[in-house]
Ligand binder design. Structure first.
Ligand code: NAP
Length: 247
């Protein structure tokens, strides 16, 4: 029980990696604020968390909208009185080569993946500053480190997340708030399911550990970063990719 009685806010927790982080945190004793743009999916995760014996609140929060984020944070405080852990997980892709990449698709990806994290950090850090403690985990991607043809918007947003992580870590360190990023490689979720089989086979051949990642692989790293086991780590990006990228 490494997160006993901690309160965690997770964005995009209605499915995929965010859902698994919520369930893993619940198994470690945390109560959960399940935020997602899709309230029905958030409600599903809430039920699963409750089945594990923990308390959960499901909220419709579009992370691109600061007013909605702030309203969500206030509802979480009404119910739980504190927020110990924030996981910025909500993310989207809209892939295209730069020459064909529309301004709308550039803006959409940057707004969810980067501005969304800024919005939640801004709203939650005021709470953590008062508490004089907190853990912030931003879900980046190896694409933000190495780039990828057809993903200029996604790569820029994830590189931005890594820089945002370092700056936030420096700003909040004196108040006992750790801020780190997790950069997954290829993880089996709805986001990667839509990729062509040929591309998946090529990617698999580049993974030294010889398998795609699971949502549990990412969630386990998040438990570590959310727990006291990582209390002397801040501003870092942990790559979870089976060895694809070695820095
Ligand atoms: P996913 O299955 O598509 O889940 C993302 C969740 O975020 C969905 O529930 C989605 O809701 C929600 N969401 C989208 N826009 C939102 C918004 N504006 N506000 C709040 N919630 C929003 O994706 P995933 O694969 O679990 O990815 C989770 C995170 O890991 C993302 O940041 C992604 O970039 C990162 N990541 C994933 C991989 C991978 O291989 N899967 C690799 C590296 C990094 P809807 O379904 O309704 O849109």
């Amino acid at each position: 029980m490494r997160l006993k009685e901690k309160v965690a806010l997770i964005t995009g927790a209605g499915q995929g990696i965010g859902r698994e982080i919520a369930l893993s945190f619940a198994r470690e004793g945390a109560d959960l604020a399940i935020c997602d743009i899709n309230l029905e999916q958030a409600g599903q995760t809430k039920k699963e968390v409750e089945a594990l014996g923990r308390t959960a609140l499901d909220l419709k929060v579009d992370v691109t909208n600061y007013a909605e984020v702030e309203e969500g944070v206030n509802k979480i405080l009404d119910k739980f009185k504190r927020i110990d852990i924030l996981v910025n997980n909500a993310g989207i892709t809209k892939d295209s080569l730069i020459l064909r990449l529309s301004e709308a698709d550039w803006d959409a990806v940057l707004n969810v993946n980067l501005k969304g994290a800024f919005n939640t950090i801004k709203a939650v850090s005021r709470v953590m500053l008062k508490q004089r403690s907190g853990k912030i985990i931003n879900i980046a991607s190896i694409i933000g480190i190495i780039g990828n043809p057809g993903q200029a918007n996604y790569a820029a947003s994830k590189a931005g997340i890594i820089a945002l992580t370092k700056t936030t870590a420096k700003e909040l360190a004196s108040r006992n708030i750790n801020v780190n990023a997790v950069a997954p490689g290829f993880i089996q979720t709805a986001m990667t399911e839509k990729l062509p089989e040929e591309l998946k086979a090529k990617m698999l051949s580049n993974i030294p550990l010889g398998r795609f990642g699971t949502v549990q692989d990412v969630a386990k790293t998040c438990i570590y970063l959310a727990s006291e086991d990582s209390s002397y780590i801040t501003g870092q990006t942990i790559v979870v990719d089976g060895g694809m990228v070695m820095l």
